[in-house]
Design a protein around this ligand. Structure first.
Ligand code: AMP
Ligand code: MG
Length: 314
């Protein structure tokens, strides 16, 4: 969007593209943004082995005591910081650093993975993002082990990697649709953990998000995709087949979370019936991850004063 000129006679109303500054958010927020997290998202959502996934309410808002508008206000207030933190990561990569962040998004159709990419990842500079969606393996991908395409998509130093679906499908769709014998896919749990430990050891901070939408909300979202011509491209007739296997997927997700949530690559189970909550939660998880890298701006590798003098002389 082009820079909007200062609107005449509307001093209090910020132009739309300025709405995401902390100042603007503060001005429109009824209460202090941030005060509605009763428990930090990292704690409220982190998967604890053995939790009963069927007891998770997809309409709930763990850790958050505010309303939708409070959540949206906080998200807007977080935007400048998220962009700043991601730029530090990018600068770090450009100056020889080895850190990166990988956001893994898992969830059934309509759980809002795409919306998280658009609304949360969309708050940072796209040049620093390596996004990859994983679908049914192509003929070329099938010639290799299932981790091949994943390794090729890992974020380089300085980048924020985003996986829309991931290597974890190897114990989800592969299990539910019986694409491999039980003995084969069962082995993957250990491989997935070993792989992620290796990725983490190379400098990548892994944040895994599993989004959970209720059967009713999923039905409503699929109905909307069918009703609206601008959403037909998102619909796939096989979405109904997946829907018919929800209990199997729930069991597969339960075991996935129990067996692959590790200290170096924890899972966060995010209720996703309220899109605003899921987006806010991932904003917090991503912000916390980036902040934990504690990256400062890289120092200049040139003499700043000398360069100022040279510039002044031109
Ligand atoms: P979408 O995310 O809507 O573009 O759909 C991607 C499709 O690819 C989903 O139906 C997934 O179940 C499927 N998919 C992703 N990974 C795999 C995999 N490793 N094996 C088989 N199907 C997969
Ligand atoms: Mg789909």
């Amino acid at each position: 969007m082009a820079k909007a000129p200062k609107a005449k006679g509307s001093k209090t109303k910020a132009p739309k593209n300025k709405a995401l500054t902390a100042e603007a958010a503060q001005a429109t927020t009824p209460r202090t943004p941030g005060s509605f997290w009763t428990t930090p998202a990292t704690e409220a959502l982190r998967w604890t082995r053995g939790t009963d996934l069927s007891a998770l309410d997809p309409a709930s808002t763990p850790g958050w005591a505010g309303r939708k508008q409070d959540g949206e206000a906080l998200m807007a207030a977080r935007a400048p910081e998220l962009a700043d933190l991601q730029e530090r990561l990018f600068a770090h990569g450009r100056t020889g650093g080895d850190r990166s962040v990988l956001l893994v998004l898992q969830g059934l159709d309509t759980s809002g993975k795409g919306g998280i990419v658009r609304h949360v990842v969309g708050m940072v500079d796209p040049q620093g993002v390596m996004h990859r969606g994983f679908g049914v393996p192509t003929a070329e991908e099938k010639e290799h082990g299932y981790l091949w395409r994943v390794r090729n998509a890992l974020p380089r130093p300085g980048y924020l990697g985003v996986f829309d679906r991931s290597h974890h499908e190897q114990v989800l769709v592969v299990r539910v649709d019986r694409l491999e014998p039980v003995r084969t896919w069962r082995r993957h749990f250990r491989e997935l953990n070993e792989f992620e430990a290796e990725v983490a050891a190379s400098g990548t901070l892994i944040v895994k998000v599993a989004l959970f939408v209720s059967p009713d909300e999923q039905k409503a979202r699929l109905a909307e995709r069918l009703d609206r011509p601008d959403k037909h491209w998102k619909y796939n007739p096989s979405d109904i087949d997946v829907r018919l296997k929800l209990p199997e997927y729930l069991a597969a997700y339960q075991e996935l979370l129990d067996r692959t949530s590790t200290d170096v690559a924890p899972w966060y189970a995010v209720p996703a019936d309220r899109k605003w909550y899921a987006r806010l939660a991932v904003t917090e998880l991503l912000g916390t991850a980036l902040r934990s890298l504690d990256l400062s701006w890289p120092p200049a590798d040139f003499d700043v004063e000398a360069e100022k003098a040279r510039l002044a002389a031109t």
